[in-house]
Design a protein around this ligand. Sequence first.
Ligand code: GDP
Length: 454
Amino acid sequence: MSEFDVTDVVDAPEGEEETPVPVVAVVGRPNVGKSSLVNRIIRRREAVVEDVPGVTRDRVAYDAEWQDIPFTLVDTGGWETSVSGLAAMVARQAEYAAQTADVVLFVVDATVGITDADAAVTRVLRKTNKPVVLAANKVDGQMQESDALELWNLGVGEPYTISALHGRGTGDLLDAVVEAFPEKPEPVIDQDEEAGPPRIALVGRPNVGKSSLLNRVAEEDRVVVDSVAGTTRDSVDELIDLGGKTWKFIDTAGIRRRYRALQGADYYATMRTGQALERAEVAVVLMDVSEPLAEQDIRVVEQVVEAGRGLVLAFNKWDVLDDERRYYLEKEIDRQLSRVSWAPRVNVSALTGRHMEKLVPAIETSLAGWNQRISTGQLNNWIKELVAATPPPVRGGKQPKILFATQAGARPPHFILFTTGFLEDNYRRFIERRLREDFGFEGSPVHISMRIRE
Ligand code: GDP
């Protein structure tokens, strides 16, 4: 097993990590009908490309589903390898597939029978612990049905006879594929909370103006206090109407003066920020522009990023900003907040109400970025172009390859790159930067992990 071990997830998001959807890799020698099968499964025609060795497909991975179960379908036909000889090349592709996939869909041509390349693939697959589902393709009639019996000799289980071209038998095949998926733990999501209004944590060190801002946004008569049972004893959320929409401000008890007097400001600043972030979707980090940015401000921002929440940077007390202070503030922001240059910024005054109306659009931007998803097909097209223009740097004499990529989840967006080698941090940062340039993800942290075999 160790030879095929997959080094999992670098930079995994903290907290509620989503289990990525299962990956199914389609392997087999050229001309057995892998592309036709892929197209049959994703019910699209666009991917049909000649099944010829060395021909790189436009795309390698797709979103697919069967019986409402989503999975990622990977066509290995386009993975170029430098190994000479058909059997060796196909075996190598099968090896990659077995390393990166949860289930291997092994396609053979029933009208031809077992070839050397098929046998080579079988040897590779038998060495792995990955479930293999065997598809005997091009079975269009009763005659070939009996031919397929020979394929039991491969020793990878029952051959599912199919016709990728006509769709025959693919339902049973997909049942077997889905049956082989690893068991997924049920996600622990508070359904009521998920369905309710968007949840905002208003955070920041003491005295930046959180309480004042809350009073400003919440004309008192419209605030509904919402006691949350089962959380911190004195935690209180408030439903506040803003910009024509209702929002849930998390743990406002910790912010409002009358409660805070009971706890002490420092207690709130440290303990409660984390608790509020846990339940929030997006965090508004409030900072006080009348003073230099403090280490504690930066720490709160980092806490939001680590918690994987949407982020809005709100600069308060703008009413007291003079030209000189403004000059230094810009420098401080450049120097200390460049890591979160993707976060929307609003310059407000809780005192005068300046730019309060800009808060809601900023929050909505962050929420949208946090929820954003791109399709596997689109992502892989994009990755292919990116890597062609700027390949990953050579490491230890080897050029790591990105075989394919999927977005494992959103809230925040999390991508997994399936690679043949380690990608340096700065290359992953480069990918993140380009992802943001081309797709947005404004206001949200983005996680990029790798599954590699070094
Ligand atoms: P919190 O600890 O973050 O909740 O901060 P508070 O809301 O208690 O505010 C701390 C101090 O800053 C108070 O004296 C407020 O009156 C003052 N303050 C809050 N917002 C503004 C603002 O926009 N402009 C000015 N000049 N002062 C503000």
